[in-house]
Each structure stands twice: as C-alpha cells, then as structure tokens.
Write a protein that binds this ligand. Structure first.
Ligand SMILES: [Cu+2]
Length: 478
C-alpha cells in the first residue's frame, strides 16, 4: 500500500515537472527497492472479510530451518517460520487467532503488553488450561492501543522461547501518524543455543542452577530469525526501526557506529519529542521505536552491534560486541525534511489516594538444595496473590535483593515509571516491562481498569520466572 501510494505520488510529481518546467521538483528520495527484504517477516492470510478483524489460524509446530548456514535446526515455530508471522492491525480492531498446538508438549499463547480481557491472556493455570498437544484454543480480543507488542508461550516458557516460539504483533494507531517518520522495519531480536556441529538445539537446562541464576543466552544472536542479515539504506534517508527483544534472557544494548538513534516511542504510542541516544537498551520483553538516519559513502557498511550490558556478574567480563545487522549504504545523499512533530506523549497518572505495594525479588533455596527464586521469598508455586480493585491506583516499589538485574513485567496493564523521589521518569510513558537494577529499585504507578481476573507479573528473564520469580495480582470489582 505504502509503496503503491509512493509510486502514485512520484508519477504525479513527474507529470507536474513535465508540464511546468519552472516549478520542476526532484522526486522524493526513497529507500532502495526491496531494502528490507532480508528482514521480511512471514504473514498469515486473513480469514475474515471484515476490515476491522484480523482472523488467522496459527499452528505451533516443529520445522527444520537453516538458522546457521549449512545446518538444519529443528525449530519450534508459530506457523512454520522463525520468528512467527507478523500480525498487523489497527487500534480498535479485533484479533481472532485459531491456535493449534502441534508441538510435543503443552503450551499457550500470551499476548505481551496487550490490554486484553483476562481470559485471553494465555497464562496457565490461571486464565486457561494449557493447550495440550493436538489441542486448540481460540483467542479473540480487541487491540485497544497502538504500538509494537509480541506473542510467546507462557508454559515452560524459557525453554519454548529458546526453541523459537515468538512473533511480533504490530498495532497501528487508529488515526494516521505524521508523515515522514521513515520507511519502517520491524526487528525481532532473539538468540538460540545451537550445536554448531549438528545444528541441534542445545538442552534448555544447560549449566544447571548457574545457568538459571544468570539466565541462559543462546550463542547465535538473531534478527528476524537470521544471523547478521543485510539491510540496505539510502544515504541520508531516515528509517524507522521498531524493535522487540524476544530473547528468553538476553539484554540487547545496541549501537550503530557513527550514528545515533532518535527514540520516538517506547512500548505503546509516540513520544511528544524525540529522545536522542547513542546506545539503545532493549530489555527482554520490551520494545522500542526509533528513527535512524544512515549516512556514509555509497558502498559503505555500518553494523548494528550488540554490546555487552552490565546486568550483574558475568554479563560483561570477557565478552565482546557482536554484529547483528549490516546496514549497506547506497546512492547519493538524500535531502530530507526535519523529523515531523510527533504529537504524542502521555499525561502522568493522578496519584491521589494511591495505595502502595512493596515487592522484593529474592533468591533462595528449595528444600532439596536447588536454586529457587521468588517474590518476597515465596516461589510462584506457593504464592498467594496480591490484591487490587478495579479503579484503584497503586504505586509499586520493587526491590531487587539479588546481584543481577531483572526486567520486571506486569501482564495486562501499562504502568508509569517513577524515580527514587516518587517523581515521574521523563518522558512520562506507559510501559509493561522495566528494569530493576541489581540491588536497586523500580518504582511505578499503575491504575487498574475494569478487567478483573488473575494477572501475572514476573521477571522476563524467563529462566528466573520459571525458577519461581513470578506472582499474580487478583483484580476484583469493588
Ligand atoms: Cu530475573
């Protein structure tokens, strides 16, 4: 659609210049044809004739994929592709997913970040039973908010993500965004632990308790399922990169040498103003929306690079940066207008009458001596829910009592981060995932709208969640 309308605009400009020499204008510059083909994501046919409904059949199944060159890897996929298909619709549209489990074990689909009804949250055992092998489950809900979201299992989740189960869900705003943010590329970041000799996926419990304590990172870093793909770019012409970190444990700190990123949004919606940064941190589970203006001589290649991020012992020691995406510059330098006014931003929550919740992220030992993580010293299996009422505003303080950082995720609701003094972190934004630094604190405010039910919260280092660092909020009507 976008390419077609650009083609028409170009034709109109050419006609205009042919008929009126004095007002001749250069056609708008554009990215090279097929510039992002190497990063293309699979899609699914829409089974609904209704424009406001995206209805798809999504089958989870094991397929052999050449992730490393020359090696076949049995990948657990959604729809036969790594990552799963991109689901794209507009805020206010309805998503209907006929989910089929053709995997060898039970699973579920969690729609990360989407403010959906509790029964659609995909979180066994509370919101549904696991979908058994050969079983089906229909997910159906309205996507109320614009932004990049994603979907993944919430059953044996660390292992199942490690095997390849994740996909992006992109929700366009109901009213069009400003023109000129650049051609868009969705990047799903992940990693996979593959035996380089055989192509087999390595055991998901590698390293025992130490592996769990650190969080398992696969050696092959992937962007849209590929090792180091090439993205082509017109010199000087901005691109909009919408990035999700779908790795089970890995933090992605990104640089693009010689360039800076302009963050124009986070997990949902645009900011009021762009925020420039040289290094971009994308937590496990989190998303970011940035504009990049590639510059360099034609033929030059600049490389989006993973940089070790200090999230605790072992995360930076003896580790080197790694190449994620080669950005190949083409053409003479494009003349481009300034970034348009974003016009986004959110109002801070009214904290009058807010109740407080204190949570500690803790490390302990199970009776058999193995590692056990928990919330307030209680592992998930023995946890009692925290309570909240519809309409209530809560201020959470999450204390990290461990020597490693934890990306904290709340299901079903956005929150607004606060600083140590209780002031809103700027720019004020809605998030569903935020970092709790080692031995540090995360504060946030959340307001519960009328979607009662049992909502999970957990560390998004999924090895930690599976080891017990998970709890739930029982949201009831007042
Ligand atoms: Cu954690």
């Amino acid at each position: 659609m976008r390419a077609a309308s650009r083609g028409l605009a170009l034709a109109a400009l050419l006609l205009a210049s042919a008929s009126c020499e004095e007002e001749a204008q250069a056609p708008s510059p554009r990215q090279p044809d097929g510039f992002a083909d190497a990063l293309a994501l699979a899609t699914l046919p829409d089974e609904s004739p209704d424009e406001a409904v995206l209805e798809v059949t999504l089958e989870a199944k094991v397929i052999e994929i050449e992730v490393l060159p020359g090696r076949k890897t049995p990948v657990w996929t959604y729809g036969g592709s790594l990552p799963g298909p991109l689901l794209r619709l507009k805020a206010g549209d309805r998503l209907v997913v006929h989910f089929v489990n053709s995997l060898p074990e039970p699973t579920s689909v969690h729609w990360h970040g989407v403010r959906l009804p509790n029964a659609m949250d995909g979180s066994p055992p509370h919101t549904q039973d696991p979908v058994e092998p050969g079983g089906r489950f229909d997910y159906e809900f309205v996507v109320p908010d614009p932004g990049l979201f994603w979907y993944h299992p919430h059953e044996n989740s660390a292992a199942q993500l490690g095997y390849g189960l994740y996909g992006a869900l992109l929700v366009d705003p109901a009213t069009p965004e400003p023109e000129g943010l650049g051609d868009e590329v969705v990047m799903v970041l992940s990693d996979m632990a593959i035996d380089e000799a055989t192509g087999a996926i390595l055991p998901q419990d590698q390293g025992g308790d130490l592996g769990t304590l650190f969080g398992r990172e696969g050696g092959a870093m992937l962007v849209n399922g590929k090792v180091r793909p090439t993205l082509r770019a017109r010199n000087g012409l901005r691109q909009r990169w919408r990035i999700v970190n779908a790795a089970r444990s890995r933090y992605f700190l990104l640089t693009l040498p010689g360039h800076s990123f302009e963050r124009i949004g986070g997990e949902t919606g645009l900011y009021a103003e762009p925020v420039a940064t040289d290094q971009l941190l994308v937590l496990p589970g989190s998303r970011t929306d940035v504009v990049v203006t590639p510059n360099g001589a034609p033929g030059e290649v600049t490389t989006l690079t993973w940089v070790p991020y200090d999230r605790g012992y072992g995360s930076i020691e003896f580790r080197d940066p790694a190449s994620l995406v080669d950005v190949a510059i083409e053409g003479d330098r494009a003349e481009v207008d300034a970034l348009p006014v974003l016009g986004g931003g959110v109002e801070p929550l009214d904290l009058t009458g807010a109740t407080t919740v204190d949570v500690r992220l803790t490390q302990g030992e199970a009776p058999d001596g193995t590692l056990e993580l928990g919330i307030n010293d209680v592992p998930f299996a023995q946890a009692e829910p925290f309570v909240a009422e519809v309409g209530e505003t809560q201020v959470w303080t999450v204390h990290n009592e461990m020597d490693w950082a934890h990306p904290f995720h709340l299901h079903g609701f956005f929150f607004q981060p606060l600083d140590e003094s209780g002031a809103f972190v700027q720019p004020v934004e809605w998030r569903d995932t935020a970092d709790v630094p080692e031995r540090g604190t995360l504060r946030f405010a959340v307001r519960y709208d009328a979607r009662p039910g049992m909502w999970m919260f957990h560390c998004h280092i999924l090895d930690h969640a599976d080891a017990g660092m998970m709890g739930m909020v029982d949201l009831t009507m007042p």
